[in-house]
Design a binder for this molecule. Structure first.
Ligand code: FAD
Length: 353
């Protein structure tokens, strides 16, 4: 006798955890299959979220919807787990010139950005950083303790016996009116397998763009009153005075593993940012599942509406995962269409059947 569930979910990174949680909240039955240690994305993420970002420091895509929902999502989960995941903390970005300072004096008061600028400083403000021209403090920013969030979801799923810690074998899936896999029969299967999607039988035609990132773990002599971010970011870890520093952005071809080149790159960025000594403790690396248009990959396989993908969260998994898990769950519930911006239908010309 097969175990009947509404959804099988492959992967328990930020995408899989968010959709699993969202579906459970809606009373759906799920079973998650995830092989621990098979990811090189969520486990490396510093968890930073920033509504004003990018090279040109513009408002993040869908910031007005994504950030309020993200806060609501992790805060609600905190109450259930009795743990703190979401840390709201302003980001301080030092200016590098008087020109930039003057530009921000005007930009920071614009209708678009005003809500996200907490304070504007014309003079040095924080002892820990080099900020001779002052800087701006960004509001509605902070970090999520990703490892704690993923661990908590994992423990919960295990306690309910709705997680199998094993490798999902594509060849064992039987497609039909419903989805059959091992002991399970499901209405639908949702692939949240990150970069493994690149080799997926169903979704390898999608234009995944792997983007390698390297990070450092450093120690300072004291805590920081803000998240500092200029070329490199500093995010507190769960250990006192230990920070995650990131990140590099490397397009293929790249080698797996940490490199000396990235260590030196991050070290020199830190030296330009910090006015206090630091000690490098560890270096890590990962690969982000990004897309050419920097939008998630969501929707049903062109040939089988029961085979679904939730992927392509790119550099912003922490903030995008909750918002788009909600959007995906609405669509699965029959509440409206998927937005064309995220629907994989936008790449249908690449599918050859
Ligand atoms: C260096 C670095 C720093 C980052 N920093 C940030 C940050 O500060 N803020 C932010 O918002 N984002 C950050 N990101 C991006 C973020 O990590 C990604 O957007 C996010 O992790 C993608 O999550 P995912 O669930 O789609 O993929 P993954 O985390 O890769 O999860 C996929 C899951 O699928 C499982 N899986 C795959 N194949 C199988 C299989 N066959 N069987 C069983 N299980 C399988 C894997 O084990 C894994 O658990 C960073 C990424 C990197 C690399």
């Amino acid at each position: 006798m097969k175990r009947q569930v509404d959804y099988l979910i492959v992967g328990q990174g930020l995408a899989g955890s968010a959709i699993a949680w969202e579906l459970l909240r809606r009373g759906k039955s799920i079973h998650v299959i995830d092989e621990p240690g098979n990811t090189r994305a969520s486990v490396v993420a510093a968890g930073l979220f920033n509504p004003i970002a990018g090279k040109f420091m513009t408002k993040a895509w869908k910031a007005d919807g994504v950030f309020p929902y993200m806060e609501q999502f992790y805060s609600a989960a905190e109450k259930i787990f009795n743990k703190k995941f979401l840390h709201l903390l302003p980001i301080y970005r030092p200016f590098i010139s008087t020109e930039e300072q003057q530009q921000w004096k005007i930009r920071g008061e614009s209708e678009e950005l005003e809500r996200f600028v907490l304070a504007f400083h014309e003079a040095p403000t924080f002892d820990q950083v080099k900020d001779p021209f002052g800087g701006i403090e960004i509001a509605h920013s902070g970090y999520v303790n990703v490892s704690s969030w993923l661990f908590s979801v994992r423990e919960y799923l295990l306690s309910k016996e709705i997680l199998s810690e094993e490798y999902f074998k594509e060849e064992d899936l039987v497609e039909g009116e419903s989805i059959t896999y091992g002991d399970f029969r499901a209405g639908k299967i949702i692939f949240c397998n990150g970069l493994a999607g690149l080799k997926s039988k169903w979704f390898q035609w999608l234009p995944f763009k792997p983007l390698k990132g390297e990070t450092l773990e450093i120690e300072l002599e004291s805590a920081c009153p803000r998240l500092f971010n200029r070329a490199a970011y500093l995010v507190p870890s769960h250990k006192e005075n230990i920070f995650n520093v990131g990140a590099t952005y490397q397009h293929p071809p790249f080698v797996d593993g940490p490199t000396e080149e990235s260590r030196l790159d991050l070290k020199s960025k830190l030296e330009a940012l910090l006015a206090v000594p630091f000690k490098i403790l560890h270096q890590d690396w990962g690969i982000r599942p990004t897309t050419p248009d920097r939008r998630p990959l969501m929707g049903a396989h062109p040939r089988n509406k029961n085979v679904i993908i939730f992927n392509g969260l790119g550099t912003k998994g922490v903030s995008l995962a909750p918002y788009f898990a909600h959007h995906l769950a609405d669509w699965l519930d029959g509440k409206g269409d998927l937005s064309t911006e995220v629907n994989i239908f936008r790449f249908k010309a690449l599918y050859s059947g």
